[in-house]
Design a protein around this ligand. Structure first.
Ligand code: DAH
Length: 341
């Protein structure tokens, strides 16, 4: 009777193993057969204790053979499921290593740097040197040597970040003119791009830090005609076309006569907007003939030499060129903004 139960159990277990659809069903079959408490083989082993010794031996062999057969079937099926799982995973996660890789992400120059380089190229082609000067300047180079003495009201026009011992953050690139005259002497053609600082409150058109490009030409008989020629060349080159400009008298202690060159606001086309403060015009640069005092202070004889100078707002230029209406975007470091250029 027990022998028949064993054969039935073996057949049932093998059928259950064979029919298991997945690892969970297989595990359920294993527990049904071999589970410690409820397992069917365990139940039969309990029954065996009631048998006579020689019958027990015979049934024991039968039981072991049946267990062996079911265990082998379980193991086989388990491996099949493991292989199938691995195959499915390899299929889902495969990579085609022969596909071309996406190229590395490349950045680009900041729009301010782009425009600076363009202007450097232009002036190099016109025979100008490109000079560099310190951002931490002396009071002498930033003011005195430019004909702005200590008690001069023009000092108030440029709110200054003062440092210790007469040093300051340069408020304009004009001190590089002085350094150029001191170092190279006349005749001289130079431009100097760079970062400048003003202690003023920040809004859509004012930053405490911005960029200028300074220019200076000193030679014999340089006149306003030369100045106008170079300024026209400059504005046509920047905008790639004739943009309406106007020249009006302007006061800068280091030039005489002094002018302000305005361009028609490219953002509103002259109609008036926040950037041009509703005037339709934007100041592009200051310029003029170098004041004889400035030449003299740097050891150049104004009887023999004359020159023109100009200072251009690079930051404002970038805004005009691209129609940017808030200066704070340029130094904000937001890549979503910068990636557009
Ligand atoms: N340094 C002046 C400023 O920052 C700009 C300027 C005006 C520069 C006239 C010049 C010049 O060289 O001739 O406002």
């Amino acid at each position: 009777m027990l022998g028949q139960s064993i054969r039935n159990l073996e057949a049932d277990s093998l059928a259950r193993v064979a029919l298991a659809n997945n690892a969970e069903e297989l595990e359920a079959a294993r527990i049904a057969a071999f589970g410690r408490k409820e397992g069917a083989f365990q139940q039969i082993a309990k029954e065996m204790s009631k048998l006579a010794p020689d019958e027990r031996k015979h049934i024991g062999m039968l039981l072991n053979a049946a267990k062996q057969a079911v265990e082998t079937a379980l193991e086989c099926r388990k491996q099949r499921f493991a292989q199938a799982a691995l195959a499915a995973r390899l299929d889902a996660e495969w990579l085609d290593l022969t596909l071309p890789a996406p190229g590395p992400r490349r950045g680009h120059l900041h729009p301010l740097t782009q425009i600076q380089r363009e202007l450097e190229e232009l002036f190099l082609s016109l025979g100008f040197a490109v000079l560099d000067g310190p951002e931490v300047e002396t009071e002498y180079h930033n003011f005195d040597a430019l004909n702005i003495p200590a008690d001069h009201p023009a000092r108030d026009a440029q709110d200054t970040f003062w440092l210790k011992d007469g040093f300051l953050l340069r408020t304009h690139t004009s001190p590089v003119q002085v350094r150029g005259m001191e170092k190279l002497g006349p005749p001289l053609r130079m431009v100097a791009p760079g970062r400048v600082f003003r202690n003023e409150s920040v809004d859509a058109s004012h930053e405490h830090t911005f960029y200028q490009l300074e220019g200076m030409m000193i030679d014999r008989d340089v006149s306003v005609a030369h100045l106008i020629y170079f300024m026209k060349t400059l504005s046509t080159s920047i905008f790639g076309r004739d943009v309406p400009v106007r020249l009006r008298p302007g006061y800068f202690p280091f030039v005489e006569p002094g002018f302000e060159l305005d361009i028609q606001c490219l953002i509103c086309g002259g109609a008036g907007c926040a950037v041009c403060k509703q005037s339709g015009w934007v100041e592009l640069l200051g310029c003029g003939l170098v004041n004889p005092n400035v030449l003299r202070l740097s050891g150049i004889d104004p009887e023999e030499w004359s020159g023109f100078a100009f200072g251009l707002g690079l930051t404002r230029l970038v805004m005009m060129r691209y129609g940017i209406d808030d200066i704070r975007l340029l130094q904000g470091g937001d890549l979503r903004f910068l990636e557009q250029f």
